[in-house]
Design a protein around this ligand. Structure first.
Ligand code: ATP
Ligand code: MG
Length: 392
């Protein structure tokens, strides 16, 4: 695990900071994930060097969050985020600290972190700094706030949703007093920016135990302060690779108001379009998909809709057959059609009008259904027959 590029890069940064007389460690998600044998995406370094001191040690750095103490250091193995040990200042709005204070002690830095499993540091020699027994909690599969849970959730309400997200991601339980504190503070989640909530839900949807996460969302009372219906029961056995698949499933549960609910989480237009396509493909599947359905929807949209249907009630249709049916279509996309609007205008001698779109759609459907070959002459003859009776 620690011999991948990200870890190599982090260790080489630590080495150089140590040579300059500073202390530095890997901290946060990467350490947790290494203990769990999960691949890490970001291997973050924390140090007692001040941001300016970090910048003086390395040739190439980028100021990415210097007011919070974070400098991006570029080394041959890749970029590494290096953050100065810090404590958080006063929290006034349940969201972000007003200011941060740089400190020289790792222990203080670890104390501001949310959960014991996220408050473990690893030195370059592979030894751990684990003041809050995070490894023991990881071993037991427990999410536990660092310090007084009530206080920690009052400082930053997002932490409550992070706890639930981690329970889905890792299949962990939430320690009793931590869960109780969430129940007490749940309504504070309303203070948190929708974008940050969406980012947590994105991670929840692709967790390995989404059902567990959804149950925790209900148990904690957070559902009462979030937009939409979550209904844990629906999510039994649910697992997807792509967060948008999670949003599509969530949308299906919302019924007619789904667009309004999803918009409130600030989904992009692209995400909304995917969800919309999945929902209509799902609807179409109730009567079996036609060639036009296979043509219209992308493979991922079809597979997602098929997965939802299977989850509801297993039926006799394999996921592989979707790609096969799609591959058998005479054409794969609209642009493959050998004729276009200009051809029809020329053949008919008519002016542009709504008829043109209809005619193209009819040709497309006939070709996709294999009733008409995708050949110029065949299409011309077909068109002239169909449209010969058209108004002069
Ligand atoms: P992921 O695998 O999703 O990236 P992560 O634990 O690395 O999970 P990040 O948001 O990348 O989460 O944060 C890195 C670290 O910063 C965390 O492990 C934790 O120590 C600390 N942290 C992040 N968000 C908070 C928060 N809201 N309150 C306290 N500490 C936090
Ligand atoms: Mg991270």
């Amino acid at each position: 695990m620690q011999n991948n590029k990200e870890w190599q890069a982090a260790f080489s940064v630590i080495e150089q900071l140590e040579e300059a007389g500073f202390e530095a460690v890997v901290v946060g998600g990467a350490v947790r994930d290494a203990i769990l044998n999960r691949p890490a995406h970001d291997v973050d370094v924390a140090t007692n060097a001040l941001p300016q001191e970090v910048k003086a040690v390395f040739e190439r750095t980028v100021d990415i969050g210097i007011q919070h103490g974070t400098v991006l250091v570029i080394v041959p193995d890749g970029p590494v985020e290096v953050t100065t040990y810090r404590t958080d200042g006063e929290y006034t709005d349940h969201r972000r600290p007003e200011e941060v204070h740089f400190v020289r002690s790792l222990q203080e830095d670890l104390r501001r972190r949310d959960f014991t499993m996220n408050a473990i540091a690893m030195r370059r020699d592979g030894s751990y700094v684990d003041y809050y027994n995070g490894r023991k909690d990881i071993e037991a599969g427990v999410i536990r706030a660092v310090g007084e849970a009530n206080v920690r959730f009052a400082e930053d309400a997002l932490r409550m949703l992070r706890a639930v997200r981690f329970s889905a991601q890792l299949g962990f339980t939430i320690e009793a007093s931590t869960l109780q504190a969430i129940q007490e503070k749940a309504s504070d989640i309303a203070w948190v920016a929708k974008e940050r909530i969406k980012a947590e839900l994105d991670k929840l949807w692709i967790g390995k135990d989404v059902y567990n996460g959804l149950k925790k969302l209900e148990e904690s009372g957070l559902v009462n302060s979030l937009q939409g219906d979550f209904l844990a029961e629906h999510w039994r056995g649910f697992t997807v690779q792509n967060p948008t698949g999670g949003w599509a499933f969530f949308a299906r549960i919302q019924g007619a108001h789904w667009q309004e609910v999803l918009r409130s989480y600030r989904l992009s237009n692209k995400e909304m379009a995917f969800v919309k396509a999945v929902l209509s493909a799902f609807q179409a599947l109730q009567n079996g998909w036609t060639n036009m359905d296979y043509f219209t929807y992308s493979l991922e949209e079809l597979e997602t809709a098929h997965y939802f249907a299977q989850l509801k009630q297993p039926f006799n249709m394999s996921p592989q057959s979707i790609g096969e049916a799609k591959a058998r279509l005479p054409i794969q996309q609209r642009q493959d059609l050998i004729v276009n609007g200009l051809d029809l205008l020329q053949w008919s001698g008519q002016k542009k009008g709504p008829w043109l779109k209809d005619a193209l759609q009819q040709i497309l459907t006939a070709v996709v259904n294999g009733e008409l070959a995708n050949e110029r002459n065949d299409i011309k003859n077909w068109f002239e027959q169909q449209y010969s009776t058209m108004d002069e």
